[in-house]
Design a protein around this ligand. Structure first.
Ligand code: NAP
Length: 525
């Protein structure tokens, strides 16, 4: 593959950058696949163009018409699907399955919100709840409505989902009537760039609706204003830095943060070895540890297991992990590729060293030389699959505090009561998703009552959904994605909930007839 030069798309123009910029590498071969420079972008002008041109164009459109734009974006990505998958293999170290998870996720989430727009129809005002009688007389009336914010939505994404990451944010923003400026993580930006090319070339969006920063963000965030919005996915540390940005503080810019998460998976004490719920647990935990080489925000990091099932779990998960062939992700037999970058490999090794202060290795060898089909000796950012076991599940220092973004998880033993399992789960101090495998409604109810406040989503795997479940790692647009505390305190998706983040809720008060007329809420007779 020839080295590609990633360009940005701002103020409806392509911009190549004034310097050589960052080098993007194939993590399997360590060869340079692309360069990315944003030097010279006038960020103030780029944001203003999006606000003025893109925002005005979107506000003229109804929800159904904005939905059509999203469908055109989805179709544009679908037409380039094979190229996008190849780029994610080359620049992200993804297996074909991992790449499809990202690219098809992007195509799907845009199509989902396209359908939502179509169902909402030819209206531009979104009512929030029923009309309200505000005085004794029914003449004085109130109605809450959602209307688009007048600024630009700046969307900053993590390295692990270069396609779905921007698409899930952009779908909600554009349906809500806000233009977007998306910025992928530089290390894996090739796929996002190719998505942008497809969208610019084929989706027919009005100028300024969709802009793209292909690399470092320069001083972009200094130009955020009071009608703008910042939506970020990445590490907790970067999220905290962005929240402290002067322009954000001065202008009360809403900031949505999707950050770290030490997702736990609990095996209920009612689940017998070999039962359907057991099989589901083993299958899904194995997948959630290794899909995208463990570089998924929803990956399972902690496995909470009744003390008397620990040995069985180690044996069954070990067999599952044995089946995950590490290899060069261009080969179909490879089921797990390398980590996405050299920096990522360094961070994983450093994190593992800390986890090992609390744990013993019960599967795999952290020092093993990586071998597999198509792997050139000593090349690439590969890492072994590891299963660890906490020596003291409750007292561990790092297990509940440190997200190591690689193919590993730690088993924590508990006595068998749901209350104790919840206590361990909640030690993660806020997560995206916790999964619980049980056929017992009592166990499930206790987990829900005790752990909901710490999570954006709880997933209950049971024998009844063995053939229907999609696993805790799949983020569906119908349900909210995000979590409190360590997970950043953000919330995305969840059907229209995710769209409302990009709109302002306003209470409209006045004469009933006028309020109902201008908000489009007059009851039909
Ligand atoms: P990261 O290093 O925090 O970077 C995330 C994004 O922030 C990148 O686009 C990065 O750009 C940008 N960035 C960094 N410093 C910035 C600054 N000062 N101003 C503006 N932008 C800045 O995170 P990562 O390594 O890409 O991603 C891994 C993390 O993401 C993990 O901790 C994972 O848990 C989290 N994650 C969370 C979710 C979720 O939905 N909750 C999903 C996926 C990943 P550059 O690349 O150009 O530096």
């Amino acid at each position: 593959m020839a080295i590609q030069k990633i360009e940005s798309h701002v103020a409806a123009q392509w911009f190549a950058g004034n310097s050589e910029g960052s080098k993007l590498v194939n993590p399997t071969t360590e060869e340079v696949v692309a360069t990315a420079s944003t030097d010279g972008i006038d960020y103030a002008a780029a944001l203003e163009f999006a606000r003025k041109e893109g925002g005005a164009a979107l506000r003229k459109l109804t929800f159904a018409q904005r939905g059509e734009l999203l469908q055109q974006m989805s179709d544009a990505l679908q037409a380039e699907r094979e190229n996008l998958i190849e780029s994610a293999i080359a620049n992200g170290g993804c297996t074909r399955g991992d790449a499809k998870f990202d690219v098809d996720g992007a195509i799907g989430v845009l199509a989902y919100y396209a359908r939502s727009g179509s169902k909402m129809g030819d209206v531009r005002v979104l009512p929030d709840g029923d009309g309200l009688k505000l005085s004794r007389s029914p003449r004085f009336w109130g109605q809450h409505v959602w209307l688009p914010r007048r600024g630009v939505a700046v969307l900053i994404n993590a390295f692990n989902f270069p396609a779905w990451g921007f698409a899930e944010k952009a779908a909600c923003a554009i349906l809500g009537g806000m233009p977007v400026v998306t910025k992928p993580a530089t290390a894996t930006a090739l796929t996002s760039y190719l998505c942008t090319k497809a969208i610019v070339d084929a989706a027919g969006l009005p100028a300024g609706v969709y802009s793209f920063i292909g690399g470092r963000p320069g001083d972009m965030l200094d130009h955020l204003g009071p009608q703008d919005l910042l939506s970020f996915t990445g590490s907790a540390a970067t999220g905290q830095t962005l929240r402290r940005t002067e322009s954000v503080i001065q202008n009360s810019v809403p900031v949505n943060v999707e950050a770290d998460s030490l997702n736990a998976s609990v095996l209920g004490s009612d689940v017998e070895v070999g039962s359907d719920a057991w099989d589901l647990f083993i299958k899904e935990v194995t997948r959630e540890m290794t899909q995208k080489t463990g570089q998924k925000c929803t990956a399972v990091r902690r496995i909470i297991v009744p003390q008397d099932r620990v040995d069985d779990v180690i044996e069954a998960l070990g067999e599952g992990l044995d089946d995950i062939q590490i290899g060069n992700p261009t080969l179909r037999e490879a089921r797990m590729g390398p980590l996405a970058s050299k920096a990522q490999l360094r961070d994983v090794k450093a994190g593992l060293a800390q986890l090992l202060e609390d744990t013993d290795v019960v599967y795999g060898d952290p020092e093993a030389a990586i071998e597999g089909p198509g792997i050139e000796a000593g090349k690439g950012y590969f890492h072994p699959k590891l299963l660890l076991k906490a020596r003291d599940a409750h007292g561990a220092k790092y297990v509940h505090n440190l997200e190591v973004f690689g193919p590993m998880a730690t088993i924590c033993a508990y006595g068998g009561e749901a209350e104790e399992a919840s206590t361990l789960v909640n030690k993660g101090m806020g997560g995206l998703v916790a999964s619980v495998y049980t056929d017992s409604n009592d166990f499930a109810e206790t987990m829900m009552m005790e752990s909901s406040a710490f999570h954006g989503r709880l997933y209950f795997g049971s024998g009844k959904i063995l053939d229907h479940a999609m696993g805790p790692g799949l983020v569906l647009p119908q349900c909210v994605h995000g979590g409190p505390g360590r997970a950043g305190g953000g919330e995305e998706l969840g059907g229209m909930r995710g769209v409302e983040h990009f709109m302002q809720r306003t209470a409209i008060q006045g004469a009933r007839g006028m309020v109902q007329s201008i908000t489009g809420t007059r009851e039909s007779k």
